[in-house]
Ligand binder design. Structure first.
Ligand code: ARG
Length: 476
């Protein structure tokens, strides 16, 4: 699709606005620039052509338009589509927006038939239809990118079902988990994001055309036919609502904001993990950049930018909420401002997902560094407490006994798991030499084998379930 660049303004003398009949003087140049949207709404061109074709077909079926006019309109629209594809279409600022640019060109190509196309329609229901069509396609594209990202997560998780790493709370070592389990947490988040996306698609995929300017039209239109032609699942049932609300676009931005929030969390962890002082992972060079002054640097630019771009998506959500707030019914020109934030949310989420889908397979895990980190921080302290509970001690007393053992380990500069049996028994006589089975990392992991737990067996089962859920998503 063509990126928007400002079209040149031709002299005002030949401006001749589509609606200029009502006015005694041409619109001021500054006003023209202020009000025109063609520089950015050109992105809706294909949706606009599809919408116009469906509308024209309906008009002809209903005998509102002749068969000859329909043929002329269809061939003119096909020509225009070709011109846009070949980047030959001349976008004119004087023609304000994508709709009037295309209509003018159509009329230049096919004459009066082009002027009849707008029968029973307004730019208000036209633009609402265009955005919904465009967003529906964008959602499908993003959904596919989600699938790629999710597959990458599952493949990487599968490689690391039993790779132990420190799980953290408060960014301090808490308990052992597996790297696969950790990645599956992001899979779950992405699954909910994708569910939300599909919910949003359902509400987006409704036809506003027929609402005309705001009150409907006096022509005997067939809205169901237009909806079928365009693949809409239903109709907007109130004409005032159809032309004025942009809640579907706001909802998309909210979905995108949540998805970016999730991606920013993974981004932050990748940045932390590949920090040389942590060294848990390495990220393939192609996702990093060097420094122009410090030759030794390998910076995680892609995750850092993902973290940063999350901010602009939040901003767009806020912009659209504010745009819509307190707008009286029905259409107001304010709504022209809906496009740039929406487009940028789509672009940002789509690019970020595509990059993460490529980046996740490019993570190489340093299992020895993960294990070394686990040897500090008494990661199996909870396991010792659980052991004492199984021997009959109330959990609170077990917690207290282990806390004192941890203090002793700290005092002698060692890890709890490395204390000799005699030392441990000083904190509870219930401890016997089978304790070391639970103090090991493997023992700790294996013990958490219930659904949702981090045991390698549980993670493997979770991956199987995840793949089955992915398959359910397949037929979009
Ligand atoms: N460019 C306009 C928009 O994006 C199209 C609708 C114009 N309608 C109007 N009554 N001026 O909202």
């Amino acid at each position: 699709m063509n990126e928007a660049s400002s079209p040149p303004a031709t002299p005002a003398a030949d401006a001749g606005h589509t609606w200029s009949g009502r006015f005694a003087e041409p619109v001021a140049q500054r006003v023209l620039r202020y009000t025109a949207s063609v520089a950015f709404d050109r992105r809706l061109a294909y949706a606009d052509i599809l919408g116009s074709r469906a509308h024209a077909r309906m008009l002809a079926r209903q005998d509102i338009l002749s068969a000859e006019d329909l043929a002329a309109i269809e061939s003119g629209l096909a020509t225009i589509r070709g011109e846009i594809e070949r980047d030959e279409f001349v976008w004119r600022l004087e023609d304000e927006d994508v709709h009037l640019n295309i209509e003018k060109r159509l009329t230049a190509l096919v004459g009066d038939a082009g002027k009849r196309l707008h029968t029973g329609r307004s730019r208000n229901d036209q633009v609402a239809t265009d955005i919904r069509l465009w967003l529906r396609d964008a959602i499908d594209d993003i959904d596919a990118r989600f699938a790629d990202f999710q597959r990458a997560l599952l493949d990487q998780a599968e490689r690391h079902v039993d790779t132990a790493m420190p799980g953290h709370t408060h960014l301090q070592v808490a308990q052992p988990v597996t790297f696969g389990h950790h990645l599956l947490a992001y899979f779950e988040m992405s699954l909910r994001d994708r569910e939300r996306l599909r919910e949003c698609r359902r509400r987006t995929n409704r036809l506003p055309l027929g609402a005309a300017a705001l009150a409907g039209t006096s022509f005997p239109i067939d809205r169901e036919f237009v909806a079928r032609e365009l693949g809409f699942e239903g109709l907007c049932d109130n004409s005032l609502d159809a032309v004025s609300d942009r809640d579907f676009a706001i909802e998309f931005c909210a979905v995108a904001a949540l998805a970016m929030m999730h991606l920013s969390r993974l981004a932050e962890e990748l940045i932390l993990w590949m920090n040389p002082r942590v060294g848990f992972i390495d990220l393939a060079d192609r996702f990093c950049t060097g420094s122009s002054i410090m030759p030794q640097k390998k910076n995680p630019d892609v995750p850092e930018l993902a973290r940063g771009k999350t901010g602009r998506v939040y901003g767009h959500l806020m912009a659209l909420l504010t745009l819509m707030k307190a707008q009286p019914l029905a259409y107001n020109k304010d709504n022209q401002e809906d496009k740039e934030p929406l487009f940028d949310c789509v672009d940002t989420l789509s690019d970020t997902l595509a990059l993460f889908a490529e980046m996740v397979p490019g993570i190489s895990v340093r299992a020895d560094a993960l294990r070394a980190a686990l040897a500090q921080g008494h990661a199996t302290a909870t396991d010792l407490a659980d052991y004492l509970v199984r021997r009959g001690l109330p959990f609170r007393d077990a917690h207290e006994a282990v806390a004192r053992a941890v203090r002793a380990a700290e005092g002698s500069g060692t890890d709890l798991a490395a204390l000799p049996l005699e030392t441990l028994r000083a904190f509870s006589p219930l401890i016997e030499d089978d304790v070391f089975a639970v103090l090991t990392i493997e023992g700790s992991l294996a013990a958490r084998a219930h659904r949702g737990g981090t045991a390698p067996l549980a993670v493997r089962a979770a991956i199987d379930r995840a793949r089955a859920r992915l398959a359910e998503f397949e037929p979009a």
